[in-house]
Design a protein around this ligand. Sequence first.
Ligand code: SF4
Ligand code: SF4
Length: 304
Amino acid sequence: SSSETTVDETIQQRIAKHPCYSEEAHHHYARMHVAVAPACNIQCNYCNRKYDCANESRPGVVSELLTPEEAAHKVLVIAGKIPQMTVLGIAGPGDPLANPKHTFRTFELIAEKAPDIKLCLSTNGLMLPDYIDQIKQLNIDHVTLTINMVDPEIGVKIYPWIRYNRKRYTGIEAAKILHERQMESLEALKAADILCKVNSVMIPGINDQHLPEVNRVIREKGAFLHNIMPLISAPEHGTYFGLNGQRGPTPKELKAVQDQCSGNMKMMRHCRQCRADAVGLLGEDRSQEFTKDKFLDMEPEYNL
Ligand code: SF4
Ligand code: SF4
């Protein structure tokens, strides 16, 4: 809408081929995710570890885990077959920075063999400040942080525990650490001039009223795009805040919150909540053409 912030030209160029960052690009350019990151360092109440990270992903689909070498092979095969493939993302199925060796090894292999492919990373932000130099060095130009609150009192209702510096924290202490690290992450990305998208999962009765405040804070700290996504309530997908279940927002409730924030910064409204091994244009998932039993038999464009 006209009230949304207009984006300056250099940023326009940087996002022109990223289907998530640019609404226009999503008709022409494809992205793929590789599932190399199984572990997570926090617990979200809406997550079920059997499935992909619910922060980005659709519930109920389990992605095949790959080693970095398998992932690189897959990327090179697909880059040869789908010429619109411009972006490689690592988004799960756990938190990519809770699996730093696998995640960075995968990025390194791609940067070396297919330097034209843009690299993209999604994380809850707990460990990002520790890896900002590596992220910068690898030219990772797009990072998505999932930030569901900027108030630890609300955080306690979303995160029962985190694991940080080899220690498990619970309650308000856990929520405070996560919040502080997420704020540091925003600042570090801004300082490194890396484009940051923030995902927020809208959870009715928990953080729905609070999301405009999240929007205000992330904008102040330099995030570029805000993606408010609905909690998807499905019985197979998680603990849902207790016995009676937690509903997701209605499309109308979601739109109302998005509209409330849209005067302040660019809002993403075309997110498809992709699986951790998604392949293709947004909304056109071709992951089943490239399962492990298939892609391992295909020739990559370059030899690893
Ligand atoms: Fe699950 Fe993702 Fe939350 Fe980790 S960050 S607990 S994988 S939803
Ligand atoms: Fe893009 Fe949303 Fe899919 Fe992530 S989940 S790749 S932001 S469309």
